[in-house]
Design a protein around this ligand. Structure first.
Ligand SMILES: [Zn+2]
Length: 508
């Protein structure tokens, strides 16, 4: 092979990332039966081996702190570690991908449901006995087939990172490489859980009673899915109007929903297509797929808004930036743009303008949105706390299912299932990226309101500002840097604006 250089790492790294992304797009959208990553890893083995890793570690160590060189080396190192771990784990990922697209779960009375649609069916099931039976069947399947794969993946990835001796532990290595303080974030999460405990207790019982007719101590995670489904408002979110409503809104704020043809919408239904929507940038910024499998109702709106934020971000990235700034970096940034859009589902003005919710139904809808937001944040805070303890080796792997149930049930009141301890686990702290994104989007929203008023989402000056100040920069900056640049002076990431927002919604 030719000698490694930064230029080669960038060129081959980009080509490799494009091929992986295209393969996942094809497999997860149902165009191909299963993903076949192994030949791609084989083709690019020169930039995914020990030599490339040593080269990148050196690059990171030699770069002066607080320079663009350091920034660039940091993102490349993080990508090297993730890609090398993924290469090692490719066969597990392929097995998992095939399992998810082809498996069925069966209840004791013979009801058969596609595995990847199980949680949607659970959420839609009005009969509680049926709902719990379906969830039992799902959990049995998870324990038998899915969880062992995920556990093996988590263990091997952790061993791989630890074997590199970047820092004395997995968690410290993560902090060293990403610059994110897990201990600080976990501390903030514990604070959020404590600060919102009484608000949660006061809110949950009446919602549960009214929607499902049950008490908090009987409620399970399956009930949580049904409760949050809130199907009685679905008629206000008509399926046929879905795409047009979002397109109209984006156009009003002077954003091209197709980004000049660079965003391609894949909304058709086909077997093997993932039930969860996703955005697949296969070339940044030139070719970005937004994949959606509509199921009807408000969740389609939330999903389309979320994925639109990702797609607009990648499709408007500066083409002259190097690979690592366009493709890599802090994923809290892209998640915050996605959340900035999906949070319009909590925005009175947006809802009144682009959906069929009327003045009579909006207040109740907003209160429910406040409840959901509080629930999801408490759930994610608990996940982060659990994952930090799990990765930190506080408990043995065997003891983790109990720790998971304990932590998540305490935070959400809903009874969790030990079966989910390893499948409801974001590898490499993606939950930390989400939590920081949540914090950043609330700051961005406040900044947009200050500059472009409450209805910034239809202000024709807001779109171009967003492209120029946010999307074009791709992921060159971290979430903290964007907060400092775009927010009011002295702004930093915290849960405070999120709590203010929840209080406002609950008082609607
Ligand atoms: Zn996302």
């Amino acid at each position: 092979m030719s000698a490694l250089s930064l230029a080669r790492l960038r060129a081959d790294g980009q080509a490799f990332t494009e091929e992986i992304s295209r393969e996942s797009y094809l497999a997860h959208s149902g165009h191909k039966a299963a993903a076949n990553f192994t030949p791609i890893y084989e083709k690019y083995r020169d930039i995914l081996g020990p030599e490339a890793l040593a080269f990148t570690v050196q690059l990171f160590q030699d770069s002066p702190p607080e320079t663009d060189e350091r920034r660039s080396a940091r993102y490349l190192l993080e990508w090297q570690l993730e890609s090398q771990a993924s290469r090692m784990l490719a066969s597990i990922d392929e097995t998992e991908s095939a399992l998810e697209s082809s498996a069925y779960v069966e209840t004791s009375d013979g009801r058969r449901v596609q595995y990847q649609l199980a949680s949607i069916e659970i959420a839609n099931e009005k009969d509680r006995k049926e709902r719990l039976a379906l969830d039992r069947a799902r959990a049995e399947f998870v324990i038998r087939e899915h969880s062992p794969l995920r556990l093996e993946r988590l263990q091997r990835e952790k061993e791989f990172i630890e074997s590199l001796h970047i820092a004395p532990s997995y968690n410290l290595a993560f902090e060293e490489i990403t610059g994110i303080s897990l201990s600080k974030l976990a501390e903030d999460c514990r604070g959020f859980l404590a600060d919102t405990q009484s608000m949660w207790d006061d809110t949950l019982a009446p919602f549960l009673k009214r929607s499902l007719g049950i008490k908090p101590r009987e409620a399970t995670r399956a009930d949580a899915l049904a409760l949050l489904r809130a199907s009685h408002v679905d008629s206000s979110f008509p399926g046929p109007a879905l795409q047009q409503s979002v397109r109209t809104q984006l156009t009003e704020m002077n954003l091209d929903p197709d980004a000049g043809g660079r965003i391609i919408y894949d909304v058709g239904d086909r077997p093997g297509k993932r039930s969860r929507a996703f955005c697949a940038p296969t070339r940044v910024p030139e070719e970005v797929y937004l994949v959606l499998r509509p199921h009807g109702g408000q969740s389609d709106y939330t999903t389309l808004l979320h994925e639109s934020g990702h797609a607009l971000h990648f499709a408007n990235a500066r083409p002259d930036y190097p690979f690592e700034f366009r493709w890599l970096g802090d994923n809290s940034v892209t998640e915050s743009y996605a959340m900035l859009f999906d949070h319009r589902m909590q925005d009175r003005g947006w809802l009144l303008r682009y959906t069929e919710l009327g003045k009579n139904t909006i207040a109740e809808f907003l209160r429910l949105a406040g409840f959901e937001e509080l629930h999801f944040l408490r759930r994610y805070c608990a996940k982060l706390v659990y994952e930090v303890e799990a990765y930190g080796g506080v408990a043995d792997w065997k003891a983790l299912p109990d720790l998971y149930v304990d932590t998540l049930t305490r935070a959400t009141t809903f009874q969790y299932h030990t079966a989910d301890a390893f499948i409801d686990f974001d590898p490499r702290y993606y939950s930390a990226r989400y939590l920081r994104a949540w914090q950043l989007q609330s700051l961005l929203n406040e900044s947009l309101v200050t500059q472009f008023d409450d209805d910034w989402f239809r202000n024709p000056s807001a779109g171009p500002w967003m492209i120029r100040e946010l999307f074009a920069e791709a992921q060159r900056e971290t979430a903290e840097e964007i907060a400092a640049r775009v927010g009011k002076s002295g702004d930093h990431l915290s849960f405070a604006p999120l709590i203010r927002n929840i209080e406002r919604l609950l008082e609607s």
